[in-house]
Design a protein around this ligand. Structure first.
Ligand code: NAI
Ligand code: MG
Length: 393
């Protein structure tokens, strides 16, 4: 069956890396039709909406999106760059990717962090005899994508009803006399359903891909209600997966252990903010932004994207220098989601082969400061990297 994929390159290097991923998908023999979806800064400027209704309709219709990256700017810049005829008409900038996650309830974010042997950016550790070792990291982070500290329920100077309600809690006593304007509150909100969905997805992934443990990375000793709910639900769901061990770590301790034994972890589950932190941290061990891929999965719609942003300073370089691997690995996640696991595996093996050979490396892999001169210093261009991957398919 021929699929239809909504491609949303967005801004900056999103426009560069997305077409590269499609070249790889075509080379591996994935049959699909691609329809373009408008998203990003130019649509904010021209239409007052960075995620136009027509793109939402396309996603609703076709269910699968490949997304590059968008540019966001601070409030004052957003207002200033809005088309003159739209100014002062009450338009407010919202991040289109956050809007997309909320609109389609893309509540499960998956961020695999797997080291490719031979990548000069891999984490290495000193051994007692003065040598070093390079642990093979293969961790998949499941981050709750729609709740937690990112629900946006917050106040500075909360309204009286909110303050009164909060003061029914004995722990609010020390803050009773703080003036409203000196009091900022952000709500950390978890629902049982969302906890269950992310935990179940994590266990199913562990079973499907052969990971032996699922780790809940929260802080239940302090955040007794929210983290506590996550832990309690995990203990229940774990009973259905006797072949997989349930582990629990605190987010702070996990950060400390990050470099001590990253190879011991398999699947990790966390709420929105801790998931954001722990996934960026693990990504740093396996090559950083040039390698960090992700999926946003809801009941009906799924969108696949690299973790990096639009890197505007590299947008106009010709030939382009940015690493397309994060985008290409995001496309692999799409293939897995569509049941095309064999094609996904072939692409990952090709990426692994190029990295292991070490002949074709983008500037980030050579640890060079980015700029037009990196090609003359031996770095591969974006297109050369893609060509090398395709040659290995
Ligand atoms: P960024 O991820 O765009 O770039 C940070 C730095 O990482 C770049 O300067 C570059 O040195 C490196 N980098 C990023 N992608 C790379 C790649 N594929 N290959 C090699 N090196 C790469 O983050 P930054 O500079 O903080 O933000 C730029 C814009 O992107 C902002 O407008 C921001 O709001 C937006 N952004 C969008 C995201 C998204 O679309 N999901 C995520 C993060 C930032
Ligand atoms: Mg982040």
């Amino acid at each position: 069956m021929k699929r239809t994929i909504v491609t949303m390159p967005g801004d900056g290097i999103g426009k560069i890396v997305l077409p590269e991923a499609i070249r790889v998908l075509e080379a591996v023999g994935f049959e699909a039709e691609y329809v373009h979806g408008d998203i990003g800064w130019e649509f904010w400027c021209r239409e007052g909406n960075a995620l136009p209704e027509r793109t939402i309709d396309l996603l609703a219709k076709h269910s699968i999106g490949l997304f590059g990256a968008i540019t966001s700017k601070p409030k004052s810049k957003a207002a200033a760059e809005l088309a003159p005829e739209l100014q002062g008409k009450g338009y407010t900038y919202y991040s289109p990717i956050v809007t997309m996650r909320q609109h389609f309830d893309l509540d499960i974010c998956i961020r695999p962090c797997r080291s490719f042997p031979g990548n000069p950016l891999n984490f290495v550790r000193k051994t007692l005899d003065g040598g070093y070792e390079e642990p093979q990291v293969d961790v998949v982070i499941f981050r709750q994508n729609t709740e937690g500290l990112y629900v946006g329920v917050e106040w500075t100077n909360p309204p009286k009803v909110v303050r009164d309600a909060l003061e029914t809690h004995p722990r609010m006593k020390p803050f009773k006399d703080v003036p409203g304007e000196d009091l900022a509150i952000s709500v950390r909100l978890f629902t049982r359903n969302a906890c269950r969905r992310i935990i179940r997805a994590a266990f199913e992934h562990a079973r499907c891909f052969g990971y032996r443990s699922v780790t809940i990375c929260e802080k239940p000793n302090v955040l007794r209600e929210t983290s506590g709910m996550m832990e309690a639900e995990a203990a229940e769901i774990a009973k259905e997966f006797p072949d997989i061990e349930l582990w629990s770590t605190n987010i702070d301790a996990q950060m400390m252990w990050l470099t001590k034994n990253p190879e011991d972890y398999g699947v990790i589950v966390a709420g929105n903010m801790f998931g954001d932190i722990v996934s960026d941290a693990f990504a740093g061990l396996v090559g950083g932004l040039g390698f960090a891929c992700s999926a946003n999965i809801g009941r009906e719609v799924a969108v696949f994207e690299p973790t990096h942003g639009s890197a505007p300073k590299y947008e106009k370089l010709q030939p382009s220098i940015v690493n397309p691997i994060a985008m290409i690995l995001s496309a692999c996640m799409m293939l897995d989601h569509l049941g095309e696991n064999e094609k996904a595996a072939r692409i990952r093996n090709a990426v692994a082969a190029v990295v292991a050979e070490g002949k074709v490396r983008t500037y980030d892999m050579l640890k060079l400061p980015g700029g037009p001169d990196v090609l003359s210093k031996g770095a591969a261009s974006t297109q050369q990297m893609t060509d090398a991957i395709i040659a290995h398919l």
